[in-house]
Structures are given as C-alpha cells and as structure tokens.
Ligand binder design. Structure first.
Ligand code: GRF
Length: 198
C-alpha cells in the first residue's frame, strides 16, 4: 500500500518537486498528500499548487501558545492520515509535541555532512559560507531523523561532493542540491521499509 507523506517546507520546494516525481514514477511506494509551510507567499506553495497538492500554512505566530500550534499541526496530520513527515527546507522548529507523537516518522535533509555544520543558524547560504570559510575539501548532504534538537537525530543517508577552489556559496549549494535530489528519495524509501517492518 502507498504510504502518505507530508512535506514541510519554507523555501523554493525543489526537493518537494523531486520527492513528488519519485513517488509518481514509483521509485518510492508513497504519495505526497499534504504540503505544510510555516509562512505564506513562498515559492513552494506555488509549486504545490502546480503539482495539484493540497497545502496549508501553519505559522506559530497565528497561535497563542506553542501547545495550540502543535495541536493544530497534529490535527492536520491526523486528518490527512500522514505516515511520514519529510522536512525539505523547513526553517521553523518542529514542536516537541509533534516530534514525540511522530517518533521515527519525521526526517530532514541538511545541506552539509552532519554532524559538521549543523544546528541553530546553519541553514541555507550560511552553511555553504561556513564550509568555504574553513576551507573544507568536501561537503555534501545528509538525511537524518528529527529529534528535539536542530540537525541532531541519527543519520539515515549521506553523500559527499567535492569543494572546488573556485566555489562560491552559490556554486557549492547547486552541487549539494544535486545530491539531495538523489539521496532524499532513497532515504524515504529506506525509512518506509523500516516502518513497514515495525
Ligand atoms: C535544501 O538545501 C535542504 O538541504 C535545506 O533546505 C534546502 C531546501 O531547498 N534543508 P529546496 O527548497 O528544496 O530547493
């Protein structure tokens, strides 16, 4: 049976597009049935609409407490019968209550070789600038489980790319993005297989 995925994103959504393609061409026995964003008017919501996916903006600022925010997310996940949550450029913190309720069923992709260059503040261009600043010879992408700390849960898959002498944060980001498109669908498949054995 197809698993039901929710992709959470705050940015452009190119990983969302890749995950949807992997589902639709049967690389993964799943379907993306919901897109959640923490902010309105962003590219990922346009992509979701083009892909004919339901999307919902759920911002912490629209709720009076962290608990009310978490409750709204949990209700949405329940309503759509979500099996696995895939964070793809989601910049807000997943409320602890949601992390606990979906233990082992929330994964994230990070544009570096964790545990290096991870944690609060390491997102987007900042990550690649930090990698270049210390003259790393390689970088890459990591898919990992989500726990209560940023970029901290156990690693599912990782793939390296070289850092070239002429790299800028933009060229390095592009190279890392390419391996993200390879490993995110592979990692989703692995996690779904593991969940099926539970
Ligand atoms: C990716 O680089 C991912 O590793 C990070 O956020 C970025 C999202 O890119 N967590 P996109 O919105 O999928 O293009």
């Amino acid at each position: 049976m197809e698993s039901r995925l929710a992709v959470w994103a705050s940015g452009s959504g190119s990983n969302l597009e890749r995950i949807v393609a992997a589902c639709r061409n049967k690389e993964i026995p799943a379907a993306v049935v919901l897109v959640i964003s923490d902010r309105a008017w962003i590219l990922v919501l346009e992509r979701a609409a083009k892909l004919l996916l339901p999307s919902q903006v759920v911002s912490r600022k629209n709720y009076e407490s962290e608990d009310a925010h978490a409750q709204a997310l949990l209700e949405l996940l329940k309503k759509h019968q979500i099996d696995l949550i895939c964070l793809a450029g989601y910049l807000a913190k997943v409320p602890d209550k949601v992390v606990r309720a979906y233990q082992g069923r929330i994964i994230n992709i990070h544009p570096a070789l964790l545990p290096k260059f991870g944690g609060k503040g390491f997102y987007g261009k900042n990550v690649h600038e930090a990698v270049l600043a210390v003259k790393e010879k390689e970088s890459g992408a990591t898919v990992h489980y989500v726990d209560e700390e940023y970029d901290h849960g156990s690693i599912i898959l990782q793939k390296k790319v070289p850092v070239l002498p002429a790299d800028t944060p933009e060229t390095l980001a592009q190279r890392v993005h390419q391996v993200e498109y390879e490993i995110y669908p592979q990692a989703i498949k692995l996690v779904l297989e593991k969940l099926a054995r539970r």
